[in-house]
Design a protein around this ligand. Structure first.
Ligand code: SF4
Length: 196
C-alpha cells in the first residue's frame, strides 16, 4: 500500500511538472510569458463596463490559443449604440456573429415592454445562454408565435472575437493587483487574431 501511494505521488508530481512546463512553453511562444503570473483573481472583471472577464485573454495567451472561450457579456443594443453605429464593421448582428463563430453562446429574450419614443427594450424575459445557431432557430420560432423577441447579450466568445469588439477602455488594467498590462494582451490578439 505504502509503495502504491509513493508511486501515485511521484506520478502526480511528474504530471504536474509536465503541465506547468508545457504552459511555460506555450506562454513563451505566444510572446506573453508574463501571462503565467495571472492567478485569475478576476479583480479586473468588476470594473469592466462590458461585463467581460479580461483574465480570459490572459489564459488564452498562456496556452497560446486565441480560440479559447471566455466570458464576454456584451449588451448588444448598448454596444451597437456606442460602438456599432460609429464602426459599422463592428456592429453586432445575429448573422455577422453567427458567421464568426456558430459555437458562440448568446442570450435571447422575449420583449415585454419597449419605450414608445426610442423603441428601446425596458422589460425583457431573458432565456438561459445558448449556442447562437440554436438562438437563431429559437428566435424564428418565437416570432412565428407572434412574440417580440431579440438577441439581447453575448454570453461567451472566443478570446479573438471578444478582442475584435473590445473598446479597449483600459479600466481592467488599473484593477490588476499584480500590475499586469491587460490591454497589451488584448491589443496583440485584436491586431491579427493571433498572438505574436
Ligand atoms: S479594456 Fe475595458 S472593455 Fe476591454 S476588458 Fe478591459 S475594462 Fe473591459
Amino acid at each position: 500500500m505504502g509503495s502504491t501511494w509513493k508511486l501515485l505521488n511521484v506520478g502526480a508530481f511528474i504530471a504536474l511538472g509536465g503541465h506547468l512546463g508545457s504552459l511555460a512553453v506555450t506562454s513563451i511562444s505566444s510572446g506573453h510569458p508574463d501571462s503565467l503570473t495571472c492567478y485569475e483573481c478576476r479583480a479586473c472583471a468588476s470594473p469592466c463596463p462590458w461585463k467581460l472577464d479580461p483574465s480570459g485573454y490572459l489564459v488564452a495567451a498562456r496556452v497560446n490559443n486565441p480560440d479559447r472561450r471566455m466570458l464576454a457579456q456584451y449588451n448588444i443594443a448598448r454596444y451597437n449604440r456606442l460602438v456599432g453605429t460609429r464602426e459599422p464593421d463592428r456592429e453586432m448582428t445575429l448573422d455577422k456573429l453567427l458567421e464568426r463563430d456558430p459555437y458562440m453562446k448568446v442570450i435571447i429574450g422575449v420583449v415585454l415592454e419597449r419605450d414608445p419614443a426610442t423603441n428601446e427594450i425596458t422589460k425583457v424575459e431573458k432565456k438561459d445562454p445558448m449556442r447562437i445557431e440554436q438562438a437563431k432557430e429559437e428566435l424564428e420560432k418565437l416570432r412565428a408565435e407572434g412574440k417580440d423577441a431579440e438577441m439581447t447579450d453575448i454570453y461567451e466568445m472566443r478570446a479573438k472575437d471578444s478582442a475584435f469588439y473590445d473598446p479597449l477602455c483600459a479600466r481592467c488594467e488599473a484593477a490588476c493587483p499584480v500590475a499586469l498590462p491587460v490591454t497589451k494582451f488584448i491589443r496583440d490578439v485584436k491586431a491579427d487574431e493571433k498572438y505574436r
